[in-house]
Design a protein around this ligand. Structure first.
Ligand code: CMP
Length: 157
């Protein structure tokens, strides 16, 4: 059925589903910041065509890291993840580009750097599945939630 023939509610839903988001959220994790890879990672992100909408360097408390990764609280690696993410400073950023979530996940590569493609950020800079250099949102909805976790409306340009 053509979109023009759909009732308004279905039309809005269809547009939402078909429209790729243009924003994603990332963190450069403690393993990468402490090894001084922040500049090289940001360079690769910008060269891939992402615009930085908001960015800050900060350190998560264990409580805040636990809150950010609450969705993984039942997983066996949750304690280790929270400890690692609060072990040193991180760089959080909202990024903009057409098809941002999917394109950014391609750019960073598989969660486990051992399985990541050559040239991806995790292949170049990550050490293990737990210490994997960068985070990238897995959906448009989570990109918005995660971006709002770190940035107010006034901090997004
Ligand atoms: P990230 O993309 O930030 O999302 C969840 C994180 O959990 C993931 O990257 C990894 O850092 C971590 N993680 C996922 N699977 C494992 C695992 N099997 N062991 C340890 N950490 C993991």
């Amino acid at each position: 059925m053509a979109i023009s023939e759909l009732p308004l509610r279905s039309k809005i839903l269809k547009i939402k589903i078909t429209m790729a988001s243009n924003r994603t959220f990332t963190m450069i994790k403690p393993d990468a910041t402490s090894r001084n890879y922040t500049g090289a990672i940001l360079e690769q992100i910008c060269k891939a065509g992402f615009r930085i909408v908001a960015m800050k360097q900060t350190k998560l408390s264990a409580e805040k890291a636990g809150e950010f990764y609450a969705v993984h609280s039942a997983r066996p690696f949750y304690g280790e993840l929270v400890e690692f993410m609060s072990s040193n400073y991180i760089v959080a950023a909202i990024l903009e580009k057409e098809n941002a979530v999917e394109d950014f996940r391609k750019l960073i590569g598989a969660t486990n750097p051992a399985n990541a493609e050559e040239g991806t950020i995790r292949k170049r800079f990550a050490q293990s599945i737990g210490e994997n250099a960068v985070h990238g949102s897995d959906s448009d909805e989570n990109a918005a939630i995660e971006g709002n976790f770190f940035f107010s409306g006034l901090e997004k340009y």
